[in-house]
Design a protein around this ligand. Sequence first.
Ligand code: ZN
Ligand code: ZN
Length: 111
Amino acid sequence: MNYEKYSRCACGAITVTVDGQDYSCLAYRRKKFFPGLDLRKVPRFETSYSCNHCANRFGLDLCGCGSGNEFGYCDGGFDACEVPMQKLGEYTCVTDGDSWVADLHKQSKVI
Ligand SMILES: [Zn+2]
Ligand SMILES: [Zn+2]
């Protein structure tokens, strides 16, 4: 697991590029989601005012359905609520089931 760079967002989230993929979570939760991350050793990019976390609701700590609720605290009742939106080293967003991202992908295939 290689932490390549990170940036903070005005929303309070941090986005870290790990092995070429971007993962986000609220900054105060980073120790839980990015084991061994030492920000002093990772290049910092400009603070942003819109990030995956607040704009797209992509986060290690967010519900997989895209509601923007904390994972485990969503009452959406969708299949995608069973998983977090991102999982470090596994995937950067939920793309199947009821996730709104699934529709997005059908339309654009951006990611
Ligand atoms: Zn943000
Ligand atoms: Zn949910």
